[in-house]
Design a protein around this ligand. Structure first.
Ligand SMILES: *Cc1c(COP(=O)(O)O)cnc(C)c1O
Length: 455
């Protein structure tokens, strides 16, 4: 077989190699239940390239070994994390994107895809209610997108270099926020962690109190991070109050909507995200809820020019883009970027508005069903309005809760359910994410049945 596809004719050997790889993938999906959700032991292929390259069937056998040892998001019992089964349209988008091998760095290297990225970001910005000036860029994951958002916020704030600067965020904000502070060269105390209430949301009065304290120490707060969907329980910080506060104080509002953001795409759930339109920047991770294949994350800003102002360097070796639009490579930290927008766009096109609504509603319905069925005398359940929750036995202390979480997790694994084990406010919980469309209410009954035996 040739190494590269012919530019002159359809190479039948390459075509059947691609087709056979699709068959292997479909067979892998179809045999999910025959393997562990997250296989612990599996044979690994040899690593070194041999002198002679391998034939297609040998390559596929190598790949098969990796597939046999892979985590299986399509298993109906895979409920541990925000890693849903891959949407088929998105898989195809990934394949085509790999075949096109375009580069979102610059328009001349990705003419149609660069325009697609601009339009899709504008479409998302419109769905969130951001102003006309809004725009965005895709990034390889929410951690990178959050870092970029805080860099933009910092670049916008005036008089930064002669004062100590601070970001205020919930104690339940994602770890990528503290990592961003760390890699931005700021000391750990540059992150002011705000307390949360019983629902996992920022206590509003703490914003004012902490800001006054920061100011009285001669420091400046350059951003407030609100989380729309916390990682452990899916809580949404009070966006109306926080946005009012930020507007009044002239502070950049970043909303980390990595989990919750896509719920603004459906009219039956968009009320959960009301006032997200007032953010200066938003991060949204379609990879986490809709099954867009990894990675799929967008950074959207209310004023697109802010991205360019922060990241532009000039590209002396690249042609300017049409309409004097900024090049993709000057809107963020990444240079060369794959066309991740393709799988996002085609995935949404495959779902259609109805498919999007059904996926979101279905995951909320499963969360509610679980919540109603679990014995809430015996378990303390924590949740928010989204599709995830966590629980712990109410009658035992923190030490025993840790033991319980470990033994119950392994018992569940033996019964083909995988939950995760977060430590929340110094206590271990089990967490279930109900974004898997293969999980039926019968599976949830079964899960609850096992949990009742574990208490
Ligand atoms: C997952 C997550 C992130 C980070 O996203 P990655 O794509 O994993 O880098 C950021 N914020 C929240 C709230 C998340 O749940």
């Amino acid at each position: 077989m040739e190494f590269f596809a012919s530019p002159y004719l359809t190479d039948q050997k390459i075509k059947s190699f691609l087709e056979e790889s699709c068959t292997r993938l479909c067979d892998w999906f179809a045999t999910t239940d025959q393997r562990e959700i997250s296989p612990r032991f599996s044979e690994l292929p040899e690593i070194d390239p041999f002198d002679e390259g391998l034939a297609p069937n040998e390559l596929l056998d190598d790949l098969q070994l990796i597939m046999n040892g892979s985590y299986q998001p399509s298993h109906p019992g895979a409920l541990a994390h925000l890693d849903p089964p891959p949407l088929v349209g998105s898989i195809v988008g990934d394949l085509i994107s790999a075949g096109l091998n375009n580069n979102l760095l610059a328009e001349e290297l990705s003419p149609s895809l660069t325009k697609l990225e601009r339009s899709l970001c504008r479409w998302f910005a419109g769905k969130l209610g951001l102003p006309k000036s809004a725009g965005g860029v895709s990034a390889s994951g929410g951690s990178l997108a959050n870092l970029m958002a805080l860099l933009v916020a910092r670049s916008q704030a005036k008089r930064l270099y002669d004062t100590e600067i601070v970001v205020m965020a919930s104690i339940e904000a994602h770890v990528s926020i503290s990592r961003a502070i760390k890699v931005m060269g700021l000391p750990p105390h540059a992150l002011c962690q705000l307390p949360t209430d019983n629902e996992g949301k920022i206590i509003i009065s703490s914003l004012e109190e902490n800001l006054r304290k920061i100011q009285s120490e001669g420091k400046k707060c350059f951003a407030v991070v609100a989380t729309a969907g916390t990682t452990v329980r899916g809580a949404i910080d009070p966006l109306a109050e926080i946005s009012n506060f930020c507007a009044k104080e002239g502070i950049w509002l970043h909303v980390d909507a990595a989990i919750g953001g896509v719920f603004s795409l459906s009219t039956s759930t968009s009320h959960l995200l009301s006032n997200i339109s007032k953010a200066d920047s938003v991060v949204i991770n379609p990879q986490k809820v809709l099954g867009i294949t990894k990675t799929s994350s967008l950074l959207l800003v209310a004023n697109k020019a802010d991205l360019y102002a922060c990241f532009s360097t000039g590209f002396p070796y690249i042609e300017p883009s049409s309409d004097n639009e900024a090049q993709g490579g000057e809107l963020g930290l990444q240079g060369t970027r794959p066309a991740e927008v393709l799988k996002l766009w085609i995935g949404l096109r495959q779902l259609g508005q109805k498919g999007i609504n059904d996926l979101l509603d279905g995951s909320l319905k499963r969360r509610l069903y679980f919540y109603e069925k679990i014995n809430r005398q015996k378990f303390k359940v924590i949740s928010g309005p989204l599709h995830l929750l966590a629980f712990t036995p109410s009658s035992i202390d923190d030490i025993h809760a840790k033991e319980w979480s470990m033994t119950t997790k392994s018992k569940l694994l033996k019964n083909k359910f995988m939950l995760s084990r977060p430590n929340y406010k110094n206590r271990y919980y089990l967490k279930a994410v109900m974004g898997n469309p293969h999980t039926t209410l019968t599976h949830i009954d079964e899960l609850i049945g096992i949990l009742n035996q574990c208490i």
